[in-house]
Ligand binder design. Structure first.
Ligand code: NDP
Length: 445
């Protein structure tokens, strides 16, 4: 890392002790930014990096609620409003027991660059809670969401901060959150949340957008080597929103997705995952992957273990951060891997990224490859602002244009900075320069 940036990075780490994932995300971005500071000394003079690493506002709050047995439960809520140089803070809410301030800050930090890369007018933020939705009834989920919004409502708004979903937060949760926001504020402010239901201000393609976008990005990477998804053997981790839609898109392009996982285990389905059955089990019944194996002949269910023990030509990690380590990366590379598209945020450890890059694997980092979700959220905001709703075909066309644009911008930036094919460098520099220019133009804020 450039020595000037290393000194700033060390200060950031010392000022934010114990936030391992935030440290990792900052370090990974800083490693790309040395050459930019040679060309733009004004970024150092303007303390852009110091400002960028300090969120504009961080909110931590108590979320009290009552479970079905009448017991009082207390969770912790977070919203980190990281950077609004390009537009209102924008980023999802994650409900998972692992959520803490360091995780929300890593996600919010990544979101700044991702949102800049989309070319849409959105800043970066993220939030969530250590609430565990697994095994909770609909009524418990609703009471939790209502309590969460009872504090959050005062911090958000269509021109201020626009949350969406993430792990553990899908259409059902966005509905309960929106209902409570409307009830407290007495405003039908569609643009305050994205990922809404289609009949009440949502956008077609938003549920599919992150997974579809990841595959579109990976397809563009494959094209640079004269390849495509057609005929590829694909392994996907996760079986949530991003994973299911990545599987659907990859198979529509001629790939066979042979495996996917949840936090209990994984299924191997050599004939290709049956997306309709997977949706039924995961989205309708809210079941587990072992139910998928029970209903489909010739499918193996592996309890525990890692889906990255399987061979693949394309890997799409779509579950969570740091799920694919250096050892798994080396094994995949030895067994014929061509490309990785990160549907999740930071699923590959720094060691894994180094293995992929050293081996010349096409590697699409999450902040570029999974930007289709937030980009389509911005399209939802656009439809809300004009009180319009677009067709599936039109919205999908916009998503495709945006993803191809992000791919091309990352590739062109990597070329410009002398490291062709390095999408990590391209994404970090491409996103950073846009935000840094806007921050300088807006003065010391
Ligand atoms: P979902 O909650 O819909 O699905 C998450 C999936 O990942 C589930 O299969 C879950 O298994 C698995 N998973 C979660 N945590 C772990 C863990 N600690 N270990 C193993 N498996 C785990 O979330 P999404 O699909 O929305 O999000 C997946 C990833 O994509 C996240 O990194 C998110 O930040 C990122 N992302 C999401 C976007 C979106 O639009 N939704 C946009 C951009 C990025 P189980 O059910 O067993 O918990």
């Amino acid at each position: 890392m450039d020595a000037r940036l290393e000194a700033i990075r060390d200060t950031v780490l010392a000022r934010n002790p114990g936030e391992a994932e935030f440290h990792q995300a900052v370090t990974e971005v800083f490693e790309s930014l040395g050459p930019v500071h040679d060309r733009h000394p004004e970024f150092l003079e303007g303390a852009v990096l110091e400002r960028l690493c300090e969120p504009e506002r961080q909110i931590i709050f108590r979320v009290p609620w009552v479970d079905d047995a009448g017991r009082f439960q207390i969770n912790r809520g977070f919203r980190v409003e990281f950077n609004s140089a390009l537009g209102p803070f924008k980023g999802g809410l994650r409900f998972h027991p692992s959520v803490n301030l360091g995780i929300v800050k890593f996600l919010g930090f990544e979101q700044i660059f991702k949102n800049a890369l989309t070319g849409m007018p959105i800043g970066g933020g993220k939030g969530g809670s250590d609430f565990d939705p697994r095994g909770r009834s609909d009524a418990e989920i609703m009471r939790f969401c209502q309590s969460f919004m009872t504090e959050l409502y005062r911090h958000i708004g269509e021109y201020t901060d626009v949350p969406a979903g993430d792990i553990g937060v899908g259409g059902r949760e966005i509905g309960y959150l929106f209902g409570q926001y409307k009830r407290i504020t007495n405003r039908y402010e569609s643009g305050v949340l994205t990922g809404k239901g289609i009949s009440w201000g949502g956008s077609l393609v938003r549920p599919e957008a992150t997974g579809y976008g990841t595959v579109i990005f990976a397809e563009e990477m494959l094209k640079t080597r004269g390849r495509s998804f057609d005929g590829q053997r694909v392994v996907v981790s996760g079986s949530g929103n991003v994973a299911i839609n990545a599987i659907a898109k990859a198979q529509s392009l001629g790939a066979t997705v042979v495996a996917c996982s949840d936090s209990s285990g994984y299924v191997v389905d050599e004939a290709g995952i049956d997306v309709a059955l997977l949706r039924q089990i995961k989205e309708v019944e809210r079941g587990r992957l072992k139910d998928y194996a029970a209903r489909r002949p010739a499918v193996t269910y592996v309890d525990g273990g890692s889906v990255w023990d399987l061979d693949a030509t394309v890997a799409l990690p779509c579950a969570t951060q740091n799920e694919l380590d250096g050892g798994a990366a080396a094994r995949l590379v030895r067994n014929g891997l061509l490309a990785v598209g990160e549907g999740a945020n930071m699923p590959s450890t720094r060691e894994a990224v180094a293995v992929f890059q050293d081996a010349g694997i096409l590697f699409g980092p999450g902040k570029a490859a999974n930007a289709g979700g937030v980009a389509t959220s911005a399209l939802e905001m656009q439809q809300n602002a004009s009180r319009d709703s677009w067709s599936f075909a039109h919205t999908e066309e916009r998503l495709t244009e945006i993803m191809v644009g992000i791919h091309d911008r990352c590739a062109a930036t990597a070329d410009e900075y002398g490291d062709p094919g390095n999408y990590v460098l391209g994404a970090n520099i491409g996103g950073f320069v846009k935000v840094a220019d806007a921050m300088l133009a807006q003065g010391l804020i």
